[in-house]
Design a protein around this ligand. Structure first.
Ligand code: NDP
Length: 338
């Protein structure tokens, strides 16, 4: 049983030396338990937070502990009445390893005939749920409004952009390369897509939002946030979902302090900013999401971009790349064969 463990807490970018690949015996199971074999491992920006012991909404991974994460597993052996050998499940209790033991908690059965099982790590799972609740409940989109979303080809952003179109918004997508921008326009249906690395990005954003910004779905912070704030309309809504541009930061940025300017902009625009942690705040509404998103995906109204990288040993490098925008779509590690 190969296990990817946390060897040291990174300062700044996580690198190979912060992880250690260990091999342990395949665990055995007791009555009421199941043995799970990992096929797919989800990589997500929040994992950078789990590597740090800074104060957070969730406990950090212990040094020497197995990295946490959502996985798609096959049931290899079952002494649990609700599961049989061969079942497909989504698990939040196995993490970055080949095998895990479960007592049935944090486990969800999947139907492989309904959708590719890996999609339960993206559009049909946690990131899709995040996009759905953040936009619908906090963003309150209305037809004709302007919605801006960055990390627009990632699983959260791509879903936000497409729900925005379904709701009749004008969608301005922001991504980190011209190729990603092209996909945001052509496959996700964004009205405009802008590269946040362009030297005149701020001017491009202002030109792309002639009627101002009604909803800014916040995934990234940093330069994009600074460009968005002056363009907000009165009563704008900001679902505050993530700030991935600073996840590797170990100190505050140099330069002028924008805090008071940002604060008074929120006041004068009478904007609503609401942070949320998806399962903590909306876990009770998962059924509503699953029904609606399943319908949209099966009707072809929402497209899904996925990038699969082979091998558990490549997960650390892939996580580093995710935080730097090297992924294109939902990043998934294929840990083992189907
Ligand atoms: P993505 O697959 O979109 O990966 C992160 C992306 O962020 C990168 O691909 C990159 O895209 C972009 N990015 C990285 N650095 C910068 C930067 N400096 N400026 C602008 N963009 C940058 O991730 P997810 O869709 O899984 O997650 C999106 C956000 O949602 C994250 O902030 C995540 O933490 C948050 N989240 C929050 C949840 C909650 O409960 N609140 C739950 C799930 C996710 P590009 O190349 O296009 O710039």
């Amino acid at each position: 049983n190969r296990q990817m463990t946390l060897a040291a807490r990174p300062v700044g970018t996580p690198r190979a030396e912060h992880f250690a690949l260990k091999t342990t015996p395949v665990p055995s199971i007791a009555e009421g338990q199941l043995l799970l074999r990992t096929v797919y491992l989800s990589l997500d920006p929040y994992m950078r937070g789990r590597m740090s012991d800074a104060d957070s909404y969730a406990e950090p991974v212990a040094i020497g502990g197995v990295m946490v994460g959502g996985t798609i597993n096959r049931v290899v052996a079952s002494r649990h009445p609700d599961y049989q050998e061969g079942d497909w499940v989504l698990s939040y209790g196995v993490g970055w390893q080949d095998y895990g033991v479960s007592d049935g908690s944090f486990l969800f059965k999947l139907d492989p005939t309904q959708a590719p099982v890996s999609h339960a790590l993206g559009v049909l799972g946690m990131p899709g749920f995040t996009a759905f609740m953040g936009l619908m409940d906090i963003g309150q989109p209305k037809a004709g409004e302007t919605l801006v979303v960055a990390a627009a080809t990632g699983p959260v952003g791509a879903t936000v952009a497409q729900i925005g179109k379904i709701m009749g918004c004008r969608v301005v997508a922001i991504a980190g390369s011209d190729e990603k921008c092209q996909v945001a326009r052509e496959e996700l249906g964004a009205d405009v897509a802008l590269n946040h690395k362009a030297s005149d990005f701020e001017q491009q954003l202002a030109a792309a939002c002639p009627d101002g910004i009604d909803i800014y779905f916040e995934n990234v912070g940093g330069r994009v946030l600074k460009a968005v704030l002056p363009l907000l309309n009165t009563h704008a809504r900001i679902p505050l979902c993530g700030t991935v541009s600073n996840y590797n930061a170990s100190a505050l940025p140099q330069g002028p302090d924008h805090l008071d300017w940002a604060w008074s902009t929120i006041l004068t625009k009478r904007a609503t900013v609401k942070g949320f942690i998806i399962f903590d705040d909306y876990g009770h509404r998962y059924g509503e999401f699953a029904e609606q998103m399943g319908k949209w995906v099966s009707e072809g109204k929402i497209h899904y971009l996925e990038q699969i990288v082979d091998g558990l040993e490549n997960a650390p490098e892939a996580l580093k790349g995710l935080l730097e925008g090297k992924n294109f779509g939902k990043l998934v590690i294929r840990v083992g064969q189907d």
